[in-house]
Design a protein around this ligand. Structure first.
Ligand SMILES: Nc1ncnc2c1ncn2[C@@H]1O[C@H](COP(=O)(O)OP(=O)(O)OP(=O)(O)O)[C@@H](O)[C@H]1O
Length: 259
């Protein structure tokens, strides 16, 4: 079943101005993991803003769960390159934030505070942050902050997770650790995921499909199925099939940049 659909979508940030993306049509199956790659400025983050309802389309339609997106959506979890944790809240309080804001959790939050806290503690433990609940963000490393930010994006069990370069600011080892964490979280309790990334290895490792965008105005120039078996161990990154996907994607983006 299709869960997210772009139907011939264009967006110009200024009315009548140049299009950031043009005639984009994409279908994302429920509980699948889709990555979007392309040269800088091709409109990857713009796609995120359109799906989450932070920006209206100039033309075309965006549907999430069979409903046209017309404003911010509560069923979306988001994680960005910067962890963006609130510095005055502890890690636990940061993770619990969506439960205070998003329905149906919000209206039950007072009565179910203890249960909500237990959910947050359990999720923090799953990502290896047990013992960090009472620490403030500045007491955590970059990788730990990003783990907490992923917990915050998932705590309200969103049906759709939008990831905008969430591992981009991390060192190579931490990044690979978090790929595995994301793989396990998704595999354990599937949700629909859309990942924007510059890292082609990350895209191939995590995704079922990789969508390639052209330089501005962003258009879909390829939609590549990644048929690597799951569960995928990190060692899969050193196989010929994996390298073949990465090379093909790199070639397409290089070609698109030149033309
Ligand atoms: N708020 C805005 N107002 C005007 N133009 C914008 C705005 N946000 C983005 N753009 C333009 O729209 C185009 C697409 O931007 P977007 O951020 O979606 O690209 P991107 O592929 O995510 O880029 P990067 O890979 O560098 O993060 C770019 O040319 C950018 O300059």
């Amino acid at each position: 079943m299709t869960f997210v659909e772009f139907e011939d979508v264009s967006l110009a940030y200024q009315p009548g101005g140049p299009a950031a993306i043009e005639n984009v049509s994409i279908k994302v199956e429920e509980n699948s993991f889709v990555a979007v790659v392309g040269p800088s400025g091709c409109g990857k983050s713009t796609l995120m803003k359109l799906v989450s309802g932070l920006k209206p389309v100039s033309s075309g339609y965006v549907y999430v769960g069979n409903r046209e997106v017309k404003g911010p959506l509560g069923i979306v979890g988001m994680a960005f390159q910067q962890a963006n944790l609130l510095p005055w809240r502890t890690t636990l309080q940061n993770v619990m934030l969506p439960l205070e804001i998003v329905e149906p959790f919000r209206s039950r939050h007072r009565q179910q505070r203890k249960a909500h806290e237990a959910m947050a503690r359990a999720l923090l433990a799953r990502v290896g942050l047990a013992g960090c609940e009472d620490k403030f963000p500045w007491e955590l490393s970059g990788g730990m902050q990003q783990r907490a930010s992923i917990c915050r994006a998932l705590i309200h069990k969103p049906r759709l997770l939008m990831l905008d370069e969430p591992f981009g600011a991390l060192d190579a080892f931490t990044r690979e650790e978090l790929w595995c964490l994301m793989r396990d979280l998704w595999q354990n309790e599937p949700f629909t995921a859309i990942l924007v990334t510059h890292d082609l290895r990350e895209a191939v490792f995590l995704a079922d499909r990789v969508i390639v965008m052209s330089p501005r105005p962003g258009r879909v120039i390829d939609d590549r199925t990644i048929d690597l078996p799951r569960p995928r161990p990190l060692e899969i990154c050193y196989t010929e099939t994996f390298a073949g996907h990465v090379h093909a994607l790199r070639g397409q983006i290089g070609h698109a940049r030149q033309h």
